[in-house]
Design a binder for this molecule. Structure first.
Ligand SMILES: [Zn+2]
Length: 283
């Protein structure tokens, strides 16, 4: 079995060669390599993105860069566009730190991502380390992305503890696809330019603690299907193969041992879906 890990954090001190060595040992092919925390500082944001670009360029087949952008900082849209168009990043990472997805001031940022047709990993669920920010991280807030059909997004942590809300939103995006199909089959009813299931993925990165995890994964699979789930570790020590493997073991154990998924299904979740999330439905 080959694995991809959609969600790995970098702090700014790692070397690409040490990370690649760790990936080989952990039998992980590719990772979503997230640039360091931009904080509240536009200069730091630019530096973090530039630094990550330098490392991913050394192993572009294995380290797929996701630029962590704070959309409220000045120059955020410019650096996002530069990262995606010029620096080799394949997508973005966002943490809703004191902004709501539906805030008016986010509209221009979502429009840019929609135009770029860029994939975006978004933190949802309880948030550690950012003050009282969890209330900004409700999965349903991202229903607003229905208005930006070019944005492909994965809600991380299955939105823990709002896992049902996250799964319901995935169902809502999938349902819109069905509605669009029905309408387009009716005479004189043009297919509306609305979203599709291909917009929303669920990043199953650790969130729900062990006693809840089996249930959360089982429900996500039942509603969203195995083509919508992305394996991720949220690992912040990418040079340490044991840290990378720890989460793999837990999730493989649940998916295979407890939920009895086929190898084919597990391969989708732990490998292939990340490729289609990055490439997009048109590729
Ligand atoms: Zn994360």
């Amino acid at each position: 079995m080959r694995y991809n890990d959609c969600h790995v954090h970098f702090s700014g001190g790692e070397s690409a060669s040490a990370v690649v060595a760790a990936l080989k040992e952990a039998r992980i092919d590719r990772i979503g390599a997230i640039s360091p925390d931009p904080g509240q500082d536009p200069v730091r944001q630019n530096e973090a993105v530039e630094w990550m670009a330098g490392e991913t360029a050394k192993a572009p087949d294995r380290l797929l860069g996701f630029a962590w952008i704070n959309p409220l900082l000045s120059g955020a849209r410019e650096i996002a566009e530069h990262a995606f168009c010029d620096l080799g990043f394949v997508g973005f990472k966002l943490i809703p730190h004191h902004w709501h997805a539906y805030d008016e001031e986010l509209a221009g940022f979502w429009q840019l991502l929609s135009t770029l047709r860029a994939p975006c990993i978004i933190h949802t669920g309880i948030l550690w380390g950012y003050g009282d920010s969890s209330r900004f991280c409700r999965p349903v807030d991202f229903e607003v992305l229905i208005g930006y059909p070019g944005v492909r997004f994965a809600l991380a942590h299955i939105g823990w503890p709002w896992t049902d809300e996250c799964i319901a939103l995935a169902g809502r995006f999938a349902a819109d696809d069905v509605v669009a199909d029905v309408m387009s089959s009716q005479e004189h009813a043009p297919r509306p330019a609305t979203p599709s299931a291909s917009q929303m993925y669920i990043d199953i990165t650790m969130g729900a603690p062990r006693p809840y995890r089996r249930e959360a994964l089982s429900r996500a699979l039942a509603v969203a299907g195995d083509g919508r789930l992305l394996y991720g570790s949220d690992c912040s020590r990418p040079e340490d193969p044991e840290a990378l493997k720890a989460h793999l073991r837990v999730d493989y154990g649940i998916l295979s041992g407890e939920l009895g998924l086929s190898d084919e299904s597990i391969h989708r979740i732990m490998c292939d879906n990340f490729e289609s999330f990055v490439r997009g439905p048109d590729a």
